[in-house]
Write a protein that binds this ligand. Structure first.
Ligand code: ADP
Ligand code: MG
Length: 735
């Protein structure tokens, strides 16, 4: 291992001959301060110029339409400046063994005219075109001067050429493609050998990774595709490895540095509660509960992610966990992302607990609800309850506020966690010593991702639906047959069905031509649904108004509820068994899945009717496609059709989330941004999952063996974390 002369690498870029103070400043503006930074400014793409062609070969290929770039070597034969309006165009004619070709510059004619001298030899690379006289022509090509000097370095020819993104800050100081490539390649030549190895030898060996010096050289000046690929792999692995070291540290810190409380089943509270349930828990619910119970019994605080598809029965699991906390004399918090949902949880939980106290003796369990929109007097009363006597506290973001003081918080449960950022989560966690924490989500992310992105959490999965469910029937229909669908809703009312009708926006937006809930509420209740009771709910209402509507709907005072996506999350109304989603192509896949989850919560057949533009509904060319086999271009083109067809085909949220991942890329996926997982420079969380998992395993093994990175063999890791991942270190800190 080279000792590495890292002092030199920490010099400012201004230390380089080709970079004066002005240019140094423009590099600084884009975050390149030191020579090391420059070495780690990786190309955004590569051009393979390993094959040289003659001018006549280029001519032949060009007739058939030439893909990509060609490189030709020729001698300057002639130069000509032409005027074109008030612009000067330079044409330089080159001769090679097979004939002539031309290079054209529309800018910098004066400069290039001086630069190219007759008789000199150049290698020219660019995408070729044929002029109207049938000559091979290159416009603004890359070039290398070829001299007799054998030791000369070609920057632009005969190899795989790195292409760097030239930000506008650089352009302002006259740094273009060619000069940036030259600056970086000079830097690599001169300083790459001073880099110190940043991965432990053992890890490198085990995972077959290239050493840092050849890797950096091949990133910038690839010898061939194979070595380039290996170099890329090394840096991806390294990045994943260090981030997973942080994840592992976070997990370790949580488990070991925090003193939590040990909670166990003390009385027959939980047993009695189970007896009052009208159904048996599923195997999956029982399995998850036993994982939670084991965690609660340990003195180390629990930090667990509970995943389960919409309707899989997470709320009951949450409630039972809360009862265990209460059984030990602690308070439990259930936090929901919307006021409607918090309100609904409070009502249904109170109802279940009332049944418990009717059927069994025992102390009354006190439930308090805290919402931001509550009247001041109500809120103050609730705050007092929370401080003094509440057992179960349900609420929204309002629970974060500083005036909320808990008596003794033992358990925090966060519902639909993808709606909350990590920072918020930490805030609540901070409120009461170190309570146990469960975050629940119905937006499953594929296992490989949850393992790595939520690697600091233990994961429990409810992978089974309650037995009484009949799978929801999902239908895709064009707008033209809306009247028939309305009739279906009216007919089904006779069987006690209620229906949601969902629209994408609240107010009519001319620009998007989307239907608006308000307009359609009026229209539908005056026409098709004249004989039915129709309600309206939308996001512009305050929560009391929303609550009133939801209560009326739950009490079957409405047959149809016209709605925007406010009903998306968590709402549970068993008799609502039809959901009609308008402009379904406008919704994301996880949103559609959430919306569909609003129905099918009873033992009756439920329907999800996706209504879209007629042509999307009938285009059956992508029916029954296997999404695995579509190219990225096809995916892009047929996104909305694929989403809609996927909804028809799959009921499982896990399956849909995999498709969603393919369609959207990781940045957009619910839960990943919010997970606080650092942004990646080299790796792609989706495309490189295999490497990500290997890196995770390696990182976790290191931390398990040496949680303080104190061992000699882990010195490199420690040093590197401090020096190069400091901006991400906060991620590893715990609340
Ligand atoms: P989610 O996981 O989407 O939050 P909920 O907790 O709202 O789902 O549960 C959906 C519905 O299923 C509720 O009405 C709940 O009472 C019911 N439920 C939960 N567990 C079971 C079970 N084991 N058997 C039958 N119904 C159940
Ligand atoms: Mg729920």
């Amino acid at each position: 291992m080279s000792p590495g002369n890292s002092n030199i690498l920490d010099q400012s870029v201004q230390y380089l001959k080709s970079v004066g103070p002005k240019r140094a400043e423009s590099f600084n503006k884009i975050g390149i301060k030191t020579i090391r930074d420059l070495l780690f400014y990786f190309p955004s793409k590569y051009l393979d110029r390993t094959t040289l062609l003659t001018s006549s070969q280029v001519y032949e290929y060009s007739i058939n339409g030439f893909e990509g770039e060609a490189t030709v070597i020729g001698r300057v034969a002639d130069k000509e400046k032409r005027r074109f309006g008030n612009k000067e165009i330079l044409s330089v004619k080159f001769k090679d063994s097979a004939g002539f070709f031309e290079c054209v510059w529309f800018q910098g004619a004066k400069y290039f005219e001086k630069y190219f001298k007759e008789g000199e030899i150049y290698a020219i690379s660019a995408k070729p075109a044929l002029s109207k006289y049938g000559e091979v022509r290159f416009t603004h090509p890359d070039f290398d001067k070829i001299t007799d000097d054998e030791s000369q370095v070609f920057h632009n020819t005969g190899k795989i050429i790195p292409v760097y993104s030239v930000k506008k800050e650089l352009k302002e100081t006259n740094i273009g493609d060619l000069s940036l490539r030259k600056i970086i390649s000079d830097t690599v030549e001169k300083y790459a050998d001073d880099l110190a190895e940043s991965l432990p030898e053992e890890i490198k060996k085990e995972h077959n990774l290239t050493d840092i010096i050849p890797a950096i050289k091949n990133i910038h000046l690839p010898q061939n595709q194979k070595l380039l690929e290996e170099a890329k792999q090394r840096f991806k692995f390294e990045e994943f490895f260090y981030i997973e070291i942080l994840v592992a540290l976070k997990k370790h810190n949580y488990g070991h540095n925090l003193q939590g409380v040990s909670l166990s089943v003390k009385t027959d509270l939980v047993q009695n509660f189970l007896k009052t349930l009208p159904f048996k828990l599923t195997q999956a619910q029982l399995k998850v509960l036993s994982e939670i119970r084991k965690d609660m019994e340990r003195a180390q605080p629990m930090n667990r992610l509970l995943q389960g598809d919409v309707g899989s029965g997470k709320t009951i699991v949450a409630l039972i966990s809360m009862l265990i906390a209460i059984d030990n004399g602690y308070q439990a918090v259930l936090m929901a992302p919307t006021e409607i949902l918090a309100d609904q949880h409070a009502k249904s939980i109170s109802k279940m607990l009332n049944k418990l106290s009717e059927e069994f003796e025992g102390r009354q369990i006190k439930v308090s609800l805290l919402l931001g929109g509550q009247k001041k007097s109500v809120k103050n009363k609730n705050l007092e309850e929370i401080e003094q006597e509440a057992d179960i506290i349900i609420g929204t973001h309002a629970l974060f506020e500083s005036n909320v003081v808990f008596k003794n918080l033992g358990l925090v449960i966060i519902d639909e966690q993808h709606r909350f950022g990590v920072v918020q989560r930490a805030k609540l966690q901070n409120k009461g010593g170190t309570p146990d924490v469960i975050v629940m989500t119905a937006t499953p992310i594929p296992r490989t991702l949850s393992m790595t992105v939520y690697g600091d959490l233990d994961i429990s999965t409810i992978d089974e639906m309650p037995k009484n469910r009949i799978p929801i029937r999902t239908l895709l229909r064009g707008e033209a047959i809306l009247p028939e669908i309305y009739k279906f809703i009216i007919d089904k009312k006779e069987e006690g069905y209620q229906a949601f009708i969902v629209y994408p926006l609240v107010a009519e937006s001319e620009k998007l031509e989307l239907k608006a809930a308000e307009t359609y509420y009026k229209e539908l209740s005056e026409t098709y649904f004249q004989g039915l009771n129709v309600g309206l709910i939308h996001g512009k209402m305050n929560w009391q108004e929303k609550e009133e509507v939801m209560l009326l709907f739950a009490a079957k005072k409405y047959d149809v509820l016209i709605s925007t996506t406010v009903i998306e999350v968590g709402i549970d109304i068993p008799d609502a068994n039809i959901i009609l989603i308008n402009d379904a192509h406008r919704f994301g896949l996880s949103q559609l899945h959430q919306l569909r989850g609003r129905v099918g919560r009873s033992d009756k057949q439920a329907y999800c009717i996706l209504v879209t533009k007629d042509e999307l509904a009938v285009s059956s060319s992508y029916k029954n496609v296997n999404f695995e086999y579509l190219s990225p271009v096809q995916l892009e083109r047929y996104k909305s059709t694929i989403r809609l067809q996927a909804m028809v085909k799959y009921i499982s949220g896990f399956k849909l989330s995999e498709i969603d991942l393919k369609l959207r890329g990781p940045g957009d996926i619910f839960g990943i941004k919010q997970s606080g997982f650092p942004e990646l420079k080299y790796g792609d969380i989706v495309k490189d999952t295999a490497a990500l998992i290997k890196a995770k395993e390696a990182a976790f093994a290191v931390i398990e063996d040496d949680p303080h990175l104190a061992k000699e063999k882990n010195k490199t890791i420690r040093k590197n974390i401090i020096e190069h991942y400091s901006q991400n270190i906060n991620y590893a800190k715990i609340a």
